[in-house]
Design a protein around this ligand. Structure first.
Ligand code: CTP
Length: 404
């Protein structure tokens, strides 16, 4: 997935002493590959897990560990490097961040190079904590997390569930690297956790309508747009449920995913979940037709093809109850785009429609980029520039939020 918000950005990566420090290599690689310039600061404990040489090679910049010059025998050319670093950065990420460093940050400590720079920072700060499960859920640690958000103003990318270095299994494993990179792009675009308390239901991907045990009717949707909406909504603080047709996209661990196959499965899943949500975003490319009946055995070459008779699927958007929920639909159009999108908005009786014009400039399928126009029930419309599907997801969420 491309991240169009990191190119040319100056990012400090702080690395503290936890086993997840080995993943800082992957963070640097992704940031550098996205066009960012990266400078690394390590705490002394981080050196127990990974070498400055590795991180310096990957970032292409010297790594800072000590506040003071180690060798002062030949005189000292000391600069206020910590202030220069703090003013240089567009963003600082601390990943992994131990609960010890968090305790220091919330108490304003400046006892090593990393905590000193944080105290002088002018840019946003992302913190990806990691610790063993009992340390992570420790009462004092949790109250420090709250202060880290409210007093230090950091954006926390919470740890995930999984196997831990101790052999235990629980919450404490540093957030997936892709999630940290996605949040970096979002924070640099000025987003915060502005959807806390919202319950958002997103559908994504194609549906497969089975013809026989080995064949189906499908479409070219990859699911990228819907997964990006689900991820961006989660990073902005929403509770997200994702109903997905067959797709190779990977959701974040915290997103509740319901996998479905056919349009009818998706209809049932939407109906079962709609009452628990404030917003429904139907980005799935639901099949319009399904075989009248699925052949019990494989249809053979010599069989009469007319055996595949189709019927219309139920229109999910048109049929769901909309009294307590805001509903967003998509319109995929190749001709008379605006007119067709307005017609769908009206006929399906929804609050907002996202028009995807499919043409040479915007292939829409199997690409990371998209161009959309949002049309609202009020008649208001806005055309957005071409951007990554992740950025487009945030445009859509902005529109959902605006019409609150
Ligand atoms: N949709 C739906 N149920 C269907 C088909 C589509 O809920 N059986 C939803 C899609 O998820 C999308 C919107 O309706 O949000 C428009 O889908 P689109 O394929 O553009 O339009 P259709 O209504 O299927 O009409 P057509 O294919 O004729 O353009």
């Amino acid at each position: 997935m491309i991240n169009d918000n990191l190119a040319g950005k100056k990012i400090i990566l702080g690395v503290t002493g936890g086993i997840a420090a080995y993943k800082s290599c992957l963070i640097i690689r992704s940031l550098v590959n996205s066009g960012a310039e990266v400078r690394v600061i390590m705490t002394p404990s981080a050196l127990e897990f990974i070498t400055p040489l590795t991180l310096s090679t990957l970032s292409g910049n010297p790594v800072i560990v000590n506040i003071f010059p180690e060798d002062q025998s030949n005189g000292v050319d000391m600069k206020t490097w910590h202030i220069e670093y703090a003013m240089w950065a567009d963003l600082m990420i601390i990943a992994p961040c131990t609960t010890n460093t968090i305790a220091k940050l919330v108490n304003g400590f400046c006892d090593n190079a990393l905590t000193t720079v944080v105290s002088a920072l002018r840019c946003p700060l992302i913190v990806a904590p990691a610790a063993d499960m009992d340390m992570y859920s420790n009462k004092i640690a949790r109250s420090n997390f709250i202060k880290l958000e409210s007093e230090v103003g950091a954006y926390i990318v919470e740890a995930e569930k999984g196997s831990l270095a101790s052999g235990l299994s629980g919450i404490g494993r540093m957030a997936d690297v892709n999630k940290i990179i996605d949040s970096a792009g979002m924070i640099l675009s000025g987003y915060k956790k502005d959807l806390v308390g919202k319950n958002i239901l997103v559908t994504a991907g194609p549906t497969y309508e089975d013809i026989d045990p080995v064949r189906f009717l499908g479409n070219r949707s990859s699911g990228k747009m819907g997964y990006s909406i689900a991820k961006a909504a989660y990073l902005r603080g929403a509770n997200v449920t994702l109903i997905s047709g067959p797709s190779s996209e990977v959701e974040y661990q915290e997103i509740k995913k319901i996998s479905v196959r056919s349009a009818n499965d998706m209809l049932k899943a939407v109906k079962a979940n709609i009452n628990d949500n404030d917003v429904l975003i139907m980005s799935a490319a639901v099949a319009d037709f399904t075989p009248e009946k699925k052949a019990a055995g494989k249809i053979k070459k010599e069989d009469n093809l007319e055996i595949i008779k189709v019927k219309k699927t139920a229109d999910i958007l048109a049929s769901v109850k909309k009294d307590k929920i805001k509903v967003v639909g998509f319109a995929l159009e190749t001709d008379n785009e605006i007119k067709n999108a307005e017609k769908k908005l009206k006929e399906k009786n929804i609050d907002m429609i996202v028009l995807n014009s499919v043409n040479e400039e915007n292939p829409a399928f199997e690409t990371d980029l998209n161009i959309i126009t949002v049309i609202k029930k009020s008649g208001k419309s806005k055309a957005y520039p071409k951007a990554s599907k992740f950025t487009v997801a945030n445009f859509i969420l902005d529109e959902v939020k605006e019409s609150d």
